[in-house]
Design a protein around this ligand. Structure first.
Ligand code: WT7
Length: 643
């Protein structure tokens, strides 16, 4: 071990974890590496329910993969039905708290009934396996019900985060080819209703959407278009309680989730059934060491992959009590989360470094005024966690008792790939530590050659794993070029990393033009495309600017078509414009106006220089390809004027 702080695993665990020590981890890892098909095949049999057994474990014809072919299963069955003839039937599946303080505890039995009824609603609208539905909902149990009802029938869903604008929603409905949109009047956020149905109305004006199903949540005014729009409760009132889960092929498309790519157009990441089910279920045990009596809380919204894998599918398939909270962490006070932990006796808490930093900043009096003794394990995801935030999380929230699992993964990976196992892996703050069994990552150069330990390189994954994406919807060529042709023979993650002398992985951030704002991947190109759609914008370049809370913040450089216009208010207007085009979470923290943007002789915007301007306020390094050096000095000078 080296000089960095190292924390022993499971200091506060009263009994042995699922993976009990480092030796057991190493043994599992070796077995998976030596015979992956046997390893995954055995686990698929023991961890999942099958209507029909699979005949082959893995068919790998790069870049196309099939897991567990010949098998028939259903993820909703695994999340619900299989628990019913066990003591889990009466156990709370979803423990929910609305922002206004309303609460619900939905048992597995009851959730099974709700999902079956809503699946019957979808069936009655003509939906069947292979059809597609959009889910655009607040964090209420019905969001999970809608997802599970789709999964039960084999309807491929795409959940769109409620913070996305109508424009972004429209693009997703179109790309998915959805016939149905499931939404709500709105949701509660910081004491105010946030409208969702009105965004749906705008999004589908010119689209051919057959049905919109609307849950009543806030009671806000909505317009209902006769024939197209239906209240959830009206349709549900006529639905029966019985709806058997459809036996689906292992590779049946489960969901599509859109994420930012390196162009302006989001990529529809496709995940399928059995491999994803196995990977999410297993990691609940390996990484979260889930126990029957745990109250497990992942704070992510269901609109992101973390919400899919670790609020809904993984926890329910593993039989957990999964807590869902609707609103803001700071409403009505900065102790809302700590009050939830205390009142519901939360034992596992999984959140993001951004949230940790934001709450840390409010001071220890907020967590200190609550009893957090129920916590036994903490998790982090979304970006590297800086050691100061790690230490605070460990000491002030975990009281030094709780291991922290820093979980590295992506929308594309479906579930966690690199993480400490809480009973086995000594932690080093800031490192995601070691790969899970069956996962073979490496840090390599452009040619796919491993770089020496301690050196920076590209993080790649050298073998397929069950939860991996299968393609980009409607764009298989982009799937191949983005993930499988960058580095010979490996999956390209888009992250830079280094491995230390203990083999621990340290993630250093994205190597593409993606930036990470509050743990959400955002494409700079996507924000640029939004900006240049504004009638006054000629060109835009977006870079990430370091931010104490959100990790990075959006900083936009803009040139205007009409240079004479007084642009004093235009900054605010453009920020609002991005909110309208994408959503508030993509709104630039800063808009800077320039006469021209720095470009290479071939006309490419040199974002590297702009990054340097926003980070160090000056430009170093090679600028010999710059077309006009004066442009850069003007941009740097502009900052000094403002400062
Ligand atoms: C990117 C994926 C799937 C989780 C939510 C984000 C960064 C994620 C970590 C971590 C360092 C991390 C990477 C990755 N990232 N987790 N524990 N340590 N970086 O999903 O939007 O698909 O973004 O988030 O850069 O590539 P996403």
């Amino acid at each position: 071990m080296n000089a960095e702080a190292v924390y022993p695993p499971s200091a506060g665990f009263s009994r042995r974890a699922h993976v009990g020590d480092l030796e057991q981890y190493r043994d599992l890892y070796r077995r998976a590496e030596e015979n992956p098909e046997q390893f995954w095949g055995e686990l698929a049999q023991s961890e999942l329910f099958w209507f029909e057994p699979f005949s082959s474990v893995l068919e790998w014809h790069p870049p196309n993969v099939k897991w567990f072919t010949g098998g028939k299963t259903n993820l909703a069955y695994n999340c619900l039905d299989r628990h019913l003839n066990t003591p889990r039937a009466a156990k709370t599946a979803i423990l929910w708290e609305g922002e206004p303080g309303d609460q619900r505890a939905v048992s597995y039995q009851e959730l099974h009934r709700l999902v079956s009824r809503f699946a019957n609603v979808l069936k009655a609208r003509g939906l069947k396996a292979g059809d597609r539905a959009i889910i655009y909902m607040p964090m209420v149990p019905e969001a999970a019900v809608a997802m599970l009802a789709c999964a039960r029938l084999g309807v491929t869903h795409s959940v769109v985060f409620g913070g996305f604008s109508s424009e972004a929603l429209k693009a997703r409905i179109e790309d998915l080819g959805a016939r149905v949109v499931i939404t709500a009047d709105g949701g509660w956020r910081r004491g105010k209703p946030v409208a969702l149905k009105t965004a749906v109305d705008e999004a589908i004006q010119s689209l051919d959407v057959a049905d919109v199903i609307v849950l009543r949540r806030t009671g806000g005014a909505v317009r209902m278009k006769p024939g197209r729009d239906h209240w959830w409760h009206d349709l549900e009132a006529d639905a029966g309680d019985v709806c058997p889960a459809e036996p689906l092929d292992s590779e049946h498309p489960l969901f599509v989730l859109y994420t930012s790519g390196t162009t302006g157009k989001p990529k529809g990441i496709l995940h399928t059934t059995a491999g994803y089910a196995l990977h999410t279920t297993l990691t609940m045990k390996w990484v979260f060491d889930l126990r029957e009596e745990d109250v497990y809380w992942c704070t992510a919204d269901v609109g992101w992959v973390t919400g899919h894998s670790y609020v809904v599918y993984g926890p329910l398939s593993a039989g957990a009590t999964t807590l869902m909270y609707e609103g803001a962490p700071d409403y009505p006070g900065f102790d809302r989360w700590w009050s939830i932990v205390e009142r519901h006796r939360v034992s596992i808490l999984y959140t993001s470094p951004t949230a940790i930093r934001a709450l840390l900043r409010q001071g220890d009096q907020w967590p200190d005024s609550h009893d957090l003794a129920s916590l036994r394990l903490l998790g982090s995801v979304g970006e590297p966690i800086n050691p100061a935030a790690w230490e605070w999380y460990h000491r002030t929230i975990g009281k030094g008792r709780c291991p922290i699992v820093d979980t590295w993964w992506q929308t594309e990976t479906g579930a966690i790939l690199i993480s400490p196992l809480p009973g086995a892996t000594p932690a080093k703050p800031g490192s995601a530590t070691l790969p899970l069994p069956g996962v073979i990552p490496a840090v390599v150069d452009f040619h796919g050659k491993p770089v020496p330990r301690g050196e920076k390189g590209f993080l790649v994954i050298q073998r397929p794993w069950p939860g991996m994406l299968r393609t980009i919807l409607n764009d298989p060529a982009r799937y191949e070029s983005q993930y499988w042709q960058r580095i010979p023979g490996a999956y390209f993650t888009g992250d830079a990393a280094r491995q230390d002398e203990d083999g621990y992985f340290w993630i250093l951030g994205r190597v593409d033009d993606a930036i990470n704002v509050s743990g959400h991947r955002l494409s700079t190109m996507e924000v640029e495309s939004a900006l240049v759609r504004h009638p006054l914008v000629a060109e835009a370049a977006v870079v990430g600017k370091p931010d104490e809370i959100t990790g990075q913040a959006v900083c936009a450089f803009v040139t205007l078509k009409n240079v004479d216009r007084d642009h004093r208010d235009l900054g605010a207007e453009l920020r609002q414009w991005v909110t309208h085009e994408i959503g508030a979470f993509a709104r630039p923290a800063e808009v800077r106006f320039a006469d021209a943007l720095p470009k290479t002789r071939s006309g490419k915007i040199m974002r590297r220089l702009l990054r340097e301007i926003v980070t160090s306020h000056s430009v170093t390094g090679d600028v010999t390809t710059l077309e006009d050096m004066a442009v850069v000095s003007r941009l740097a000078a502009q900052h000094d004027d403002e400062a």
